[in-house]
Design a protein around this ligand. Structure first.
Ligand code: GLY
Length: 352
């Protein structure tokens, strides 16, 4: 068992615990009943783990949202808040969120709003939510057609990351999580070496070993900059281009676009930063290996335009990118729109 602690700006301490049998031994049902609790999950996770919930958290009510990003909405948020009120949750009660990034984000936001903030325990069931979204207190819903437009920072009281959940994940879901793991590898030399040296990136034993290293890395960044005033921006590596294709293409998962975005932004960095070219070539090879096959992408003009609307931009007609530069090093690039559009077109040619 490994534990990492993070203190949010509100003074709230968050413990991230990597442990087996998160449901069976990680929580005290008696204590939760005493405080008042509700389990929030989605329809897919309920189908897989509903009987375990009944066995290990007997007597604690469950509220399930329909699965999928399309339901990361105000309707789901308010339906959950109604369920929390109906369950009689009080100030010292707990919302337990079991699932991937979508229930994690909606549940975290509901916990931050209910009675101005109650404790939330996150039990992330996907690779992506264990290494990234459950750690660090970012919560949100999509609103007015924009991803994560309405949200709050609310550090979970506890995150229980159990590698046993990976056994039920489809290969595509593992690839999705690998996108964020490779991104961490682009920022941390030790994680990069482990990934580069591993033949089968999706081997479950390898994943069980590398997940705590990813959580330790992310927890360290969040501990130093909980609300993304500076350092935490490194975690946006590859994401400007990833989000642009996610918006305009949308056929792949978020993590697959992160792998593509990291590849393309490494190519952009090659010509525009004091970079280590040989390292960038190795990082690009890792991105392609994690992707498996290279998907057909639409030409870059539309995606470049979408990047103009990225939340990270601070000036009109300028695109902000966090790009890899050398082993464990990144740079923030501010590019005029035309330069980014040209650079993206050139980078896409390298992908073919
Ligand atoms: N997923 C990036 C962050 O938590 O800051």
């Amino acid at each position: 068992m490994k534990t990492f602690r993070i203190k949010g700006r509100d003074g709230r301490i968050s413990a991230v615990v990597c442990r087996k049998h998160a449901l069976r031994g990680g929580l005290s049902a008696a204590e939760l009943k005493e405080r008042g609790a509700l389990v929030f999950t989605d329809s897919n996770v309920l189908a897989l783990y509903g009987s375990k919930l009944k066995r290990y958290l007997a007597g604690i009510p469950v509220h399930a949202m329909p699965a999928g990003e399309a339901h990361k909405s105000e309707e789901t948020l308010f339906s959950l808040l109604r369920a929390m009120a109906a369950a009689g949750l009080r100030r010292n009660s707990v919302l337990i969120v079991l699932g991937g990034g979508v229930p994690g984000d909606v549940g975290g936001l509901a916990a931050s709003l209910y009675m101005r903030g109650i404790d939330c325990i996150q039990i992330p069931t996907t690779l992506l939510s264990q290494v990234d979204s459950s750690v660090g207190g970012k919560t949100a819903i999509d609103f007015c057609g924009i991803k994560n437009l309405v949200g709050a920072f609310h550090q979970p009281a506890l995150v229980l990351a159990d590698p046993a959940f990976f056994a039920t994940l489809p290969p595509r879901e593992l690839r999705c999580g690998m996108g964020e793991i490779v991104k961490h590898g682009a920022l941390d030399g030790e994680i990069f070496d482990l990934l580069e040296g591993e033949e089968n990136l999706f081997d479950l034993t390898f994943l069980a070993g590398i997940v705590p290293k990813n959580i330790a890395f992310k927890a360290d960044v969040v501990r130093k900059d909980p609300e993304e005033r500076g350092l935490r921006r490194c975690l946006n590596l590859g994401h400007t281009t990833a989000h642009a294709f996610e918006l305009t293409d949308g056929k792949l998962s978020h993590g697959e676009y992160v792998l593509l975005g990291t590849f393309l932004e490494a190519e952009i960095a090659r010509k525009r930063t004091e970079c280590d070219e040989a390292y960038l070539t190795r990082l690009q090879a890792l991105c392609l290996r994690a992707l498996g096959e290279i998907p057909a992408l639409p030409e870059g003009k539309q995606a470049a335009r979408a990047a103009l609307f990225d939340k990270k931009n601070t000036r009109a007609e300028e695109v902000v990118l966090t790009v890899p530069a050398a082993r464990g090093k990144y740079e923030i690039l501010r590019m005029p729109f035309e330069s980014y559009e040209t650079a993206l077109g050139e980078a896409l040619e390298k992908l073919c």
